[in-house]
Design a protein around this ligand. Structure first.
Ligand SMILES: *[C@@H]1O[C@H](CO)[C@@H](O)[C@H](O)[C@H]1NC(C)=O
Ligand SMILES: *[C@@H]1O[C@H](CO)[C@@H](O)[C@H](O)[C@H]1NC(C)=O
Ligand SMILES: *[C@@H]1O[C@H](CO)[C@@H](O)[C@H](O)[C@H]1NC(C)=O
Ligand SMILES: *[C@@H]1O[C@H](CO)[C@@H](O)[C@H](O)[C@H]1NC(C)=O
Ligand SMILES: *[C@@H]1O[C@H](CO)[C@@H](O)[C@H](O)[C@H]1NC(C)=O
Length: 318
């Protein structure tokens, strides 16, 4: 988190540098020139000192898969279902995403994406769970949720648990799965794929293939039907997401130390520029702008020190 704050301060400095009048020596004449007026976030989506909204902006790192599975579940498309459990609000949007929002008055409660709709878990010819993966990062992995469908009178999230760190299990009840045949896979397949399944079944009966070989052939069939995402496609999508994330952070700092040292370097440049301006008798207009003076006023400490930010204590790390 401190790295984020330091980044923000670094960016503020860049803005300051750019908005400092550049001096162009042309034919002995000094021309003061303003280059940048408005601060921008330079593509960083890091949140800042006083911008809670920015921190809470959630996004799906991959696109959800298309709708697939039993056609009668299509009526769940475009709806979202919320449930509050233990001071967290969960929002499940079938065929789209799952998010979690901490219900807290802290300055920056946790919000995150717990998964993006990908594919079906199929067991024994039955659509068992919706797999929502590639949520927000959680150490070296990304959050994943499996949504188990159970028969119930109303469409609602009844429970969310976290059997393994960052692996969530959500139970959703709906009248749409109450008929015993309503979530069988075979009846949803077209004639071609049903015949293919018949052949695979026959080969298992005739012991031409092992159970393992049978499972593999069925997996492939489910991929053709669009119920599972092929491993290669998954890998491609994840690489694309990683690349996109890197592109968004052209100069992200790995550590607070690295950021701080870059910050100090930049600060020296700003000071040097001020000296040049003073020596040349040019009024430094950036000194007039209070919103640009973070950390650089003479009455504030000249080095970034996270102990200054007592109000941040208790905030969980990103
Ligand atoms: C989750 O899906 C819903 C419904 O499609 C959508 O409105 C919402 O913006 C999505 N959330 C995120 C974080 O993209
Ligand atoms: C999803 O559906 C759209 C429109 O029908 C189609 O163009 C696209 O190829 C589909 N995506 C996948 C991964 O099947
Ligand atoms: C598979 O499903 C059939 C009927 O759909 C059921 O009779 C059988 O017990 C199930 N087998 C397992 C291992 O769940
Ligand atoms: C919800 O899940 C938790 C953890 O698995 C379990 O202890 C609890 O009994 C469940 N509650 C309901 C209402 O199913
Ligand atoms: C059945 O689905 C498969 C996979 O989507 C497709 O290649 C095939 O053409 C379809 N067959 C019929 C008869 O629609």
């Amino acid at each position: 988190m401190f790295v984020l704050i330091c980044r923000k301060m670094y960016l503020t400095l860049i803005v300051l540098l750019l908005s400092t009048p550049s001096i162009i020596f042309a034919s002995g004449k000094q021309i003061a020139m303003k280059i940048v007026e408005e601060p921008t976030n330079y593509g960083f989506n890091t949140g800042g000192f006083n911008n809670q909204e920015e921190v809470k902006t959630l996004h799906m790192r991959i696109s959800p898969s298309n709708f697939s599975g039993p056609q009668h579940l299509r009526q769940l498309l475009g709806h979202c279902f919320t449930k509050i459990i233990d001071s967290y609000k969960y929002e499940f949007c079938p065929y789209s995403n799952i998010t979690q929002h901490e219900q807290s008055l802290r300055w920056n409660p946790y919000s995150g994406v717990l998964g993006v709709w990908q594919e079906w878990d199929i067991v024994n010819n039955t659509f068992v769970a919706m797999v929502m993966s590639e949520g927000d990062s959680c150490g070296s992995v990304h959050r994943t949720t499996k949504v188990y469908l159970q028969c119930g009178n109303t469409n609602q999230v009844v429970n969310v648990s976290e059997p393994k760190t960052c692996n969530y299990k959500l139970v959703f009840t709906t009248p749409l799965v109450c008929h015993p045949h309503s979530i069988l896979v075979y009846p949803t397949l077209n004639k071609t794929l049903q015949q293919e399944w018949n052949l695979i079944e026959g080969r298992l009966q005739a012991e031409e293939i092992t159970q393992k070989g049978y499972d593999k052939l069925l997996q492939h069939l489910f991929e053709k039907a669009g119920y599972r995402v092929p491993a290669a496609a998954k890998e491609k999508m994840i690489q694309l997401a990683k690349k996109k994330e890197q592109d968004l952070r052209p100069q992200s700092f790995e550590t607070l130390f690295q950021c701080q040292s870059e910050y100090n370097k930049l600060k020296e440049q700003v000071e040097a520029l001020r000296t040049v301006l003073q020596v040349n008798g040019i009024h430094d207009t950036t000194q007039d702008k209070k919103e640009h003076s973070d950390g650089l006023d003479d009455d504030t400490p000249h080095s970034f020190n996270h102990m200054d930010y007592e109000w941040m204590h208790g905030h969980r790390d990103y």
